[in-house]
Design a protein around this ligand. Structure first.
Ligand code: IP8
Length: 265
């Protein structure tokens, strides 16, 4: 009950159809919640991304750029609503697999300053973990002390929570096998990097492009930028392909898995 938690991110591109607005990938959600249930990790925090739910709506109203005019206020509500719809699909699948999942809405408990978390109420989350719940959070539209509002990415939540909770590990479930020497969707010669130190990650960072599809929070580059902060706190991070069967399961069990492990070194 008092174990150090693991923080698992399921990318929006994994659990939604990124080409079709507001479309969950129910097969992927079913498979991944089965894997989570079978892995039986005693202390787990789940964070999911926005995919075709949060991103297109946030982009339409430029929520990430902050308050410009009153017409965005309804857009903020719509962005949050889209995320709660996706979250409901995830919650239903988790609970159907007998996982005592409980959602935490970031818009109600986190405040950012220029898009970075400055305040987050974590008491309920810590209490949930102690009692054996699995807290579930997601990238969300949040209030911002300087720009009115902002988009808080699931990736930022993952590293911030991992640091504040003293997590033992971060598992990033992405739609690629891990980090490559070049963008694998563009260059067939790209090679998977199975292990990296923090220093090696920093030197690779400038080579990695942002994702091509609509992603207001920066794709793989944004991911790396965020996990770097947790790795600096000595939290091992593994990036695996969550679109492929059993990768998340193997990572949760601490078994050998195809992916990229990044350690402080
Ligand atoms: O997909 C962003 O979360 P992410 C969520 O983890 C919204 O970057 C609301 C766009």
């Amino acid at each position: 009950m008092d174990d150090k938690p693991t923080v698992l991110k399921l990318g929006g591109s994994v659990i939604t159809n990124k080409e079709k607005p507001l479309t969950p990938d129910l097969k992927a959600i079913e498979r991944l919640t089965t894997e989570i249930s079978r892995a039986k990790v005693s202390s787990l925090v789940l964070v999911h991304g926005g995919g075709s739910f949060g991103h297109p709506v946030a982009e339409r109203y430029n929520i990430a750029g902050g308050y410009v005019d009153q017409s965005q206020i309804l857009g903020f509500s719509q962005t949050h609503l889209a995320m709660t719809l996706l979250n409901s699909w995830v919650m239903e699948a988790l609970i159907n697999h007998n996982i005592p999942a409980l959602e935490i809405h970031p818009s109600s408990c986190a405040v950012t300053k220029f898009g970075r978390i400055v305040n987050m109420e974590l008491k309920p989350l810590k209490k949930m973990l102690k009692l054996g719940f699995m807290p579930v959070l997601y990238g969300d539209a949040v209030l911002d002390s300087k720009q009115g509002f902002a988009i808080l990415s699931g990736d930022q939540l993952v590293s911030s929570l991992a640091i504040k909770l003293g997590a033992c590990r971060i598992i990033m479930g992405a739609d690629v096998d891990g980090l490559y020497t070049a963008d694998p969707k563009v260059f067939s010669s790209a090679q998977l990097i199975s292990h990296l130190t923090l220093e090696e990650l920093k030197s690779l960072e400038h080579k990695i492009e942002g994702s091509k599809t609509t992603d207001v929070t920066g794709g793989m580059l944004g991911k790396i930028h965020e996990v770097k902060l947790a790795i600096e706190h000595d939290i091992e991070t593994v990036i695996v392909n969550a679109t492929k069967s059993l990768r998340v399961y193997n990572a949760l069990k601490g078994e050998k898995v195809i992916g990229t492990i990044i350690e402080k070194g």
